[in-house]
Ligand binder design. Structure first.
Ligand code: GAP
Length: 442
């Protein structure tokens, strides 16, 4: 499948199958904002839950946090975002399109020939807002462009209440907002998105060792979502492109249909944030080391990733359009779409069907559906031909389908179909739950 074409196909599939579509669509949409429909939100939650389990619940050295989206303006002054979260913007004098200087390509102007750009202007990418009814400088603040600052501002509070010792981390998943000059490539560059990131506090001198560990753990997590190793590549930022707070940053790039682009990253933020907030707030944000009896600002290793970008990479990886896999003559002429999500990420785990709407088949299928529903997200469907029902589930990536047929009424067995191999085997009704639990690994 052509790569450019692949993104278009994914955008159309995502809308048609109830995963993702533009926000406020009945009013023509709003650039850079998307809604996650019934299957999309399941997929996104599965990614977030797996992340939370891996990095918070399964570890002893990381705790979770949910800090507010809107914080005091002083936070953004101290962190350097008010002065430094700046994009350079140019406008084409002929077609009046605006571009981020970092993203300029050789693309042609819509008015013909090359673009003719104005000189660059600075543009702060944070969304401004006001707190309360009066709109002046004193009430101005921003929607957060990253979750990280919440972890720094709450550092002392967490240290005192959890009694953690270095090295330890604070993890957060949350909405972040950036007023991007151009939004493009579906979920890749949007204005509202979720970041999942950890601020991992270490003693300076140990920062380089922990940087390498986090880079390895971050890649392992991404690979575990079904992303192929050959589709990931590391990019070491040269000194001149480092953010104002960073000693070292490595991006984990993914081979998207529109090229190799940043999916996630790891940065060494040194003691920049804690020292800046201590200076600006006047509050002591140092760590007291019981062993050495020293007080110091720890260094911070920050692994970060965008949930929407990760969801897009997971979809790109799972999406397959094939010549017909079914044998019925009508369906054989059509291409089929199959989403090969891993079992843990699949929005629906099992679909249950009666082969036909006759005799006691729907009743038995309903009983199986009701028995499985408390454990996983299960789908029941009795409309259309059985071939079409299988295809509908393949299109949303459901790994298993259970079909109740006439033999079920005789021997209390059903067929269990595997999405990827399309193999069907018979299994006793009483064994379904255990078998599915084993297959899903939960
Ligand atoms: N606290 C560090 C930080 O915010 P970042 O690289 O600017 O670092 C973190 O952003 C992650 O958020 C990126 O690795 C990327 O996955 C995602 N991201 C950044 N801007 C985005 C946008 N406009 N749309 C979607 N995801 C974005």
């Amino acid at each position: 499948m052509e790569n450019e074409n692949k993104l278009e196909k994914i955008v159309s599939w995502a809308k048609r199958r109830g995963f993702i579509w533009p926000s406020s669509e009945i009013y023509g949409g709003i650039g850079g904002f998307y809604d996650f429909g019934p299957y999309g939100v399941e997929l996104k939650n599965n990614i977030k839950n797996l992340w939370w389990k891996t990095f918070v619940q399964d570890r002893e050295d990381v705790v979770g946090l949910e800090s507010s989206v809107i914080m005091s303006n002083k936070v953004w002054q101290a962190s350097g975002h008010e002065k430094g979260f700046i994009d350079q913007l140019v406008e084409c004098k002929k077609c009046h399109q605006r571009f981020k200087v970092d993203d300029l390509t050789d693309e042609k102007c819509q008015q013909g020939g090359k673009h003719e750009f104005t000189s660059p202007k600075s543009f702060n990418a944070m969304f401004k807002t006001h707190i309360g009814v009066v709109e002046d400088q004193s009430t101005k603040t921003y929607l957060r462009p990253e979750t990280a600052q919440g972890m720094f501002v709450d550092f002392k509070q967490i240290l005192e209440t959890s009694r953690l010792k270095l090295p330890f981390g604070i993890a957060q998943i949350g909405k972040s907002f950036r007023n991007e000059i151009n939004t493009k490539d579906f979920l890749f560059r949007v204005r509202e998105f979720e970041i999942a990131e950890i601020e991992y506090f270490v003693k300076s001198g140990q920062d380089e060792k922990y940087f390498d560990q986090w880079l390895a753990d971050w890649q392992k997590f991404i690979l575990n979502l079904g992303i192929k190793k050959e589709n990931l590549k590391l990019f070491e930022h040269p000194k001149k492109s480092l953010a104002h707070y960073s000693k070292r940053t490595v991006d984990i790039n993914y081979n998207f249909p529109f090229g190799w682009k940043e999916l996630a990253g790891v940065a060494n933020r040194t003691d920049f944030d804690l020292s800046s907030h201590e200076k600006a707030s006047g509050r002591d944000l140092k760590y007291f080391d019981q062993d050495s009896k020293e007080k110091y600002w720890p260094y911070v290793i920050e692994p970060t990733l965008g949930i929407e970008r990760l969801a897009l990479a997971v979809i790109c990886e799972a999406f397959e359009e094939t010549k017909s896999r079914t044998t019925t003559s009508q369906a054989a002429s059509e291409n089929e779409i199959v989403l090969h999500f891993t079992n843990l990420l699949a929005p629906v785990k099992v679909a249950v069907f009666p082969l036909v709407n006759k005799e006691k088949l729907p009743q038995v299928a309903q009983e199986i559906y009701q028995a499985l529903k408390p454990c996983w997200n299960i789908f029941y469907d009795e409309t259309g031909s059985i071939g079409r029902r299988y295809r509908r589930q393949d299109e949303i990536g459901t790994p298993y389908c259970v079909t109740v047929d006439f033999q079920t009424l005789k021997d209390k067995t059903v067929t269990l179909r595997d999405r990827d191999s399309m193999k069907q085997g018979r299994i006793k009704i009483t064994d379904i739950k255990g078998d599915i639990a084993q297959k899903l690994g939960c």
